[in-house]
Design a protein around this ligand. Structure first.
Ligand SMILES: [Zn+2]
Length: 412
């Protein structure tokens, strides 16, 4: 089986055909979850799965599972897949590569009459993107027990429609319970959505886990006063004090390079008048790192930045930071990671270990199922955009690694 490889041309054709559903004028895809476009994408996927001899079932969150029998049906299935929903101005590859790459694995096994010990299931998760129904990755989250089913079904879009209603509307409100069944392993193939593989000329990313994320709300309070008569020394300028903190915050990430991240994505000054010294600013901080201990150290460093600032301003300006959310880092399963590593090596594809910067269904599933991911480079690291692009060779590389990793796991 060492020489076995997917049909890259067939995979590319499938990607391009799927991308016609919800195609945008600028070459992207708008196939938001539970819309008519999503229904058409699901129908096509179901048709392809059935043509490949798979039996398709749908769970109560609308996630689709296309099963190929194993020689030993008592063994839990190996899941492979991703998501077919997109951003409003999304691309052809984010999610679709993982689902159609998984289908290509099945088609390849069929072509060669290869059976596996464990059954295989190609999965298409509902609402990975979260742009229409926040939060993201809701269906895999329910599967993994992060959210309960009622919470999942009751999420609303801007128009007030719930996921449950919209699943009924497109005919994908399935009967099957969500989760609560054994799964042997899960593999998700995805474009990197970052620039590292392309910059280093590597063809495969062996994803070892997902970053931890901490979100904070910050507030600096001084006093408003007139921009003219007030001498600089007597001011309690909240914007000036707040802005002085920013570089110290970015340095926390630099001190934990190369994996540390610090982002201030929102920054507002009040009252927002050009001839009034701002009396208050509020801003957000997003800290990330793949290691839990380092995340704690970064959290500590951020609190120290604020403590030092309070000391400097000696009661004249107050600086407060409050943590509002913490998602701990996720480490993927060592055996599944090794299956990906071995597959890339056997195929002689240059590879490196990498941490996922974005959220994925696999990150939730890793809490309950042995999981790993495979990344392939995408042009300029761009995704969630109509110009998103992965080459036919990159897509085939990823599907080949998926094929061999899944074979190793399903026959182990
Ligand atoms: Zn995705």
């Amino acid at each position: 089986m060492a020489g076995l490889s997917v049909n890259g041309e067939r995979l590319w054709q499938s990607l391009m055909t799927m991308a016609e559903i919800g195609a945008t004028a600028a070459g992207g895809v708008n196939r938001q979850t539970l819309t008519d476009e999503d229904r058409r994408g699901r129908d096509l996927f179901r048709e392809w799965c059935e043509a490949a001899g798979l039996s398709v079932s749908v769970d109560r969150m609308g996630s689709m599972f296309a099963r190929r029998q194993g020689k030993d049906e008592r063994r839990p299935p190996v899941l492979l897949g991703s998501h077919l929903d997109s951003q409003p101005t999304g691309g052809k590859f984010d999610g679709a590569l993982g689902v159609l790459g998984a289908l290509e694995v099945i088609r390849t096994l069929n072509d060669h009459g290869i059976e596996t010990q464990a059954p295989l299931e190609v999965v298409n998760w509902t609402n990975e993107e979260g742009c229409r129904f926040p939060p993201a990755m809701i269906a895999s989250g329910v599967f993994a027990g992060v959210f309960d089913l009622d919470y999942g079904l009751s999420r609303k879009d801007h128009a007030g429609n719930t996921i449950g209603e919209e699943l009924q509307g497109i005919g994908y409100a399935g009967e099957r319970p969500v989760g609560h069944r054994p799964v042997g392993a899960l593999f998700e193939l995805h474009i990197e959505q970052g620039p590292i593989l392309e910059a280093e000329g590597r063809r495969i990313g062996i994803v070892t886990g997902g970053q931890g994320t901490r979100w904070y709300d910050c507030e600096v309070t001084g006093a408003e006063t007139h921009a003219g008569p007030s001498p600089m020394e007597v001011r309690r300028d909240a914007l000036r004090a707040g802005a002085a903190l920013l570089e110290e915050i970015y340095q926390i990430a630099h001190r934990h390079a190369p994996d540390g991240r610090a982002t201030v994505g929102e920054f507002q000054a009040y009252p927002g008048s050009r001839n009034t010294v701002p009396g208050r600013v509020r801003f957000t901080v997003d800290l990330r790192h793949p290691d839990g201990g380092t995340m704690d150290a970064m959290d500590h460093a951020l609190r120290e930045v604020f403590e030092r600032a309070r000391g400097r301003h000696a009661g004249r300006i107050d600086c407060q930071v409050e943590e509002i959310w913490y998602a701990p880092p996720v480490a993927f399963d060592p055996d599944c990671i090794d299956a990906v590593r071995q597959a890339a090596a056997a195929l002689r594809l240059s590879a490196r270990e990498i941490i996922s910067g974005a959220g994925h269904d696999a990150v939730y599933m890793a809490r309950v199922v042995p999981t790993a991911m495979i990344f392939v480079p995408c042009k300029d690291g761009i995704s969630h955009a109509e110009v998103e692009y992965a080459s036919p060779e990159a897509c085939a590389d990823g599907a080949n690694v998926l094929l061999h990793a899944v074979l190793a796991r399903a026959n182990a």
